[in-house]
Design a protein around this ligand. Structure first.
Ligand code: UD1
Ligand code: CA
Length: 458
């Protein structure tokens, strides 16, 4: 294959977004729009990717990988001007250039590849990826001659009423012969409704020079949808989410209600895991097989094994092994490691802790900064008192220990193997193996107190 460079335009502010964030940094399914476009381009095997940055360019640069080059457009004078700014960065060896806009996050690598193939096959000076839509509003309209070659692209603002009726639109994705592009860019002028240098006017120049412009019509209008405002952002989110869900279902994941399930692109889930309604799975999460996740669960950056049941719970930056039951209403906070066959029940919060195989915290507990061994029972209402107001300390509970209800474990403290802690105790000293730790006032009884007080009603 020839050496291909990609130029991605991302310098605009995106005024229609009404946001302090540059447009291309708005996230769609957990990833910035520009990240989706860069990923798509890289998957087509281009040899160089140049992103044109401008408005809050440093912020945009920060989210781009190291393999991506940037060119800086100081003033946003139009898409044609933005491409011009990138031209000096093109590598010597490149003879084909693809241009994309950073606000079309749904584009598929397969479509870009098909565009390049069509361009090469036809030997065109430039090829435009077009698509037919029933509502072309806001897009540049494609003008073709009798032979089907493209002779113009007219922006909405500059279009006649008749041209506005054209349903074939410009996707903003193009493939150029490098020499044609360099020459054509120099020719652009800004005498239009916006006073901008439109990249689309390059078509006019090519036409006058007798350079033939190919028009490759994509099959799926959805994938070239540009995001210009928050409504279109929501539409892109819904479309990409749906695409992620379909891919997972193809791979054997059961998704009960795609309408209320939200899964990021980089999430991996093995076959026969069931995702129940109202569930969000985000970031770099991997989930094994035969789990039941949800309903009403949010999992972010976690690694989950096989055969777990997790419902109505929130889990973040943590690992879960196999065969665990978590929730309803459990909160697993960052840096926790839950091994196998662990039970974490309702209203239990676990933070920065390890729970060994077969341990249980079934009700209403806080396990913070704890190292809990295997087969430990943590009773209802146990609190790991990890914070002295200045520093966090760890609590260690060894294998087989039994912590009664409503116990405070004041860290740093260790409960040794097989020890018991009596309900209601506040434990401040270590407890030795197989001993009972008890810290409680002795129970007293005042005889006939109710009668003497006159409180008895019968
Ligand atoms: C553009 C096309 C239109 C097409 C549509 C597809 C032009 C003139 N129009 O319109 O034909 O149907 O996209 O979505 O090209 N940008 C810069 N620097 C600038 C101006 C823009 O980097 O000076 C970037 C923006 O950040 C954005 C992209 O170029 O990512 C497109 O700009 P935008 O203003 O959204 O163009 P549209 O009006 O949508
Ligand atoms: Ca746009």
């Amino acid at each position: 294959m020839d050496s291909i460079s990609a130029i991605i335009l991302a310098a605009g502010e995106g005024t229609r977004m009404k946001s302090s964030l540059p447009k291309v940094l708005h996230k769609v399914c957990g990833k910035e729009m520009i990240g989706h476009v860069v990923d798509a381009v890289r998957e087509t095997g281009v040899t160089q990717t140049i992103v044109v940055i401008g408005y809050k360019g440093e912020m945009v640069k920060e989210v781009l990988g190291k393999e991506v080059e940037t060119a800086y457009q100081e003033k946003q004078l139009g898409t044609g001007h933005a491409v011009k700014v990138a031209l000096p960065a093109l590598s010597e060896s490149c003879d084909t250039v693809i241009v994309l806009y950073g606000d079309t996050p749904l584009v598929r690598p397969s479509t870009i590849k098909a565009l390049i193939a069509y361009h090469n096959k036809g030997g065109y000076g430039a090829t435009v990826l077009t698509v037919k839509v029933s509502n072309p509003q806001g897009y540049g309209r494609i003008i073709r001659d009798a032979g089907g070659h493209i002779t113009g692209i007219v922006e909405e603002r500059d279009a006649t009423p008749e041209q506005k009726g054209i349903e074939e639109i410009n996707s903003g994705i193009y493939c150029f012969d490098r020499r044609c592009l360099v020459e054509g860019i120099q020719s652009l002028r800004n005498d239009n409704a916006q006073g901008e240098y439109y990249l689309t006017d390059i078509v006019e120049f090519f036409k006058n020079r007798g350079i033939i412009i190919g028009g490759f019509t994509g099959q799926d209008p959805e994938e070239i949808k540009g995001v210009n405002d928050k409504y279109q952002l929501a539409e892109a989110q819904r479309a990409l989410n749906h695409r992620n869900l379909v891919k997972l279902m193809d791979e054997g994941v059961i998704i009960e209600d795609p309408g209320t399930t939200y899964i990021d692109k980089d999430v991996a889930i093995a076959a026969d895991t069931r995702i129940m309604p109202g569930t969000y799975i985000e970031g770099n999460t991997t989930i094994g097989s035969d789990n039941v996740i949800g309903p009403g669960t949010r999992i972010t950056n976690c690694s989950i094994g096989n055969g777990n049941e997790i419902q109505f719970s929130v889990l973040r930056d943590s690992d879960v092994g196999n065969g665990c039951r978590i929730g309803p209403y459990a909160h697993i906070r960052p840096n926790s490691r839950i091994d196998n066959d662990v039970r974490i029940g309702n209203f239990v919060e676990v933070k920065n802790s390890h729970m060994g195989n077969g341990s249980k915290a079934s009700h209403l507990s806080y396990v913070g900064d704890g190292d809990v061994g295997m087969g430990v029972n943590i009773g209802c209402g146990v609190v790991f008192v990890n914070y002295d107001g200045r520093q966090k300390h760890r609590t260690t509970i060894e294998d087989g220990a039994f912590i009664g209800c409503n116990v405070n474990l004041v860290a740093p403290v260790t409960v040794r193997r097989g020890a018991y802690v009596a309900a209601g105790s506040t434990i401040t000293k270590d407890i030795t193996e197989y001993s009972l730790g008890i810290e409680r006032g002795k129970q007293a009884e005042i005889k006939d107190w109710v009668i003497r007080k006159g409180f008895r009603k019968d």
